[in-house]
Design a protein around this ligand. Structure first.
Ligand code: ACO
Length: 340
């Protein structure tokens, strides 16, 4: 039996007020509610207001996670933000979050692992807590993708939404048993976690210009090279394969069987990816927390938003086993199995 060293103390999320449904997108590009719903499972998504920035959303989610943990900003000693859409290229989004929540003089940094950024952040936070270098780490997944989408490109603009989710990680000092008394008493916490990258697929999902390889100029901006480009079906096939293999690997490493899993919180990129992963792993679909219909793909925010919703509405309970898995640009992916 694995004795975890680090657990989730509290969760939180934030979604912008404005909701854009598929009918509204039908007016922008040649698409239909029927195509978007059947090919992706998305019905609507939240879009940030003018003037709202990534760190506003991240700070709101972070504050809610701290509140749920019964802590305040002075209690945390590290902020990790998974994002590919920071407020500015320099400095990172975590720096702005630190200011906004009032957590001074602690390390605050971003992880640019796209949709896998939150799982990357969880494993990094876990390592700092396990080593004793940190006691309490705020891990946030946040994305404001609506500002880096080409709103004339129907193959990408219908897929994404804005939002933020957060967890507070701390030492695993909580003994839990399942509410139904069926599980062994043990410590809550992360039982196993793994993160992976295959850079050979980097161009399947990228923003081509704006970095050292292709500094921005008027021509590139006109050609929308500063916006998201994706070969969707390559990413789709890789997502099904890698989410399945990493989930199976992390489940095995945890020493649990699939029957002992209570919930799967998978990255919400496409309902068909979730169905195929569930099918390949032999996990019943009703074990999956699904909110893609309401949020679209919020990249690194998707897992912590879904997790927080399921914790707050009582689906996920103390003592239960939760598997998380995510994949995005990189291609980077990861999975984690924890006991709440
Ligand atoms: N409306 C109508 N038709 C469309 C739309 C649209 N919005 N988008 C594409 N189509 C058309 C295409 O043009 C194509 O038409 P054609 O056959 O005439 O050429 C047809 O639909 C099929 O296109 P595909 O790309 O093959 O469609 P697919 O079934 O693969 O669905 C999708 C596309 C939804 C993008 C899917 O491939 C997908 O979900 N991929 C994975 C996305 C993902 O997981 N991304 C990772 C995370 S994101 C991150 O890291 C930031």
């Amino acid at each position: 039996m694995i004795d975890p060293t680090c657990r989730i103390l509290g969760t939180g999320h934030y979604a912008p007020e404005r909701v854009v449904d598929n009918a509204e997108l039908e007016k922008l590009v040649e698409t239909s509610d029927d195509w978007i719903t059947t090919r992706t499972g998305i019905k609507r998504r939240h879009i940030a207001a003018d003037g709202e920035v990534t760190s506003d959303m991240a700070a709101a989610a972070g504050r809610r996670a701290l509140e749920a943990a019964g802590l305040n900003a002075a209690d945390i000693d590290m902020i990790i933000v998974g994002t590919i859409t920071p407020d500015t290229p320099i400095p990172g989004c975590a720096v702005q979050v630190q200011q906004k929540i009032g957590a001074m003089d602690i390390p605050a940094f971003d992880i640019a692992a796209a949709c896998a950024g939150f799982v990357y952040g969880m494993q990094i936070g876990q390592q700092f807590i396990t080593s004793g270098a940190a006691r309490c780490v705020l891990v946030i997944g946040v994305e404001l993708l609506s500002r880096v989408l080409n709103w004339d490109d129907r193959t990408t603009c219908v897929l994404f939404g804005d939002g933020a989710g957060a967890v507070v990680l701390g030492p695993s000092d909580l003994e839990v048993d399942g509410d139904d008394g069926q599980r062994e008493t043990g410590r809550a916490g992360i039982l196993s976690c793994g993160i992976f990258t295959d850079g050979s697929l980097a161009s399947a999902l990228h923003i081509p210009a704006g970095g050292s390889a292709s500094p921005l100029d008027a021509q590139k901006i006109g050609d929308r090279e500063n916006k998201v480009h994706m070969v969707g079906n390559h990413v789709f096939r890789t997502a099904v394969k890698n989410l399945t293999s990493s989930s199976a690997q992390i489940l095995k490493a945890s020493g649990l069987t699939s029957a002992q899993l209570d919930w799967v919180v998978a990255h919400q990129a496409n309902i068909r990816i979730i169905h195929q992963v569930a099918n390949r792993l032999g996990f019943p679909l009703d074990k999956f927390v699904i909110n893609i219909d309401e949020f679209g793909n919020t990249s690194s925010a998707s897992i912590p938003i879904a997790l927080d919703q399921a914790v707050r509405d009582g689906r996920i309970q103390k003592g239960q086993h939760v598997l998380m898995c995510a994949l995005g640009a990189g291609i980077s992916w990861g999975a984690a199995l924890l006991r709440m």
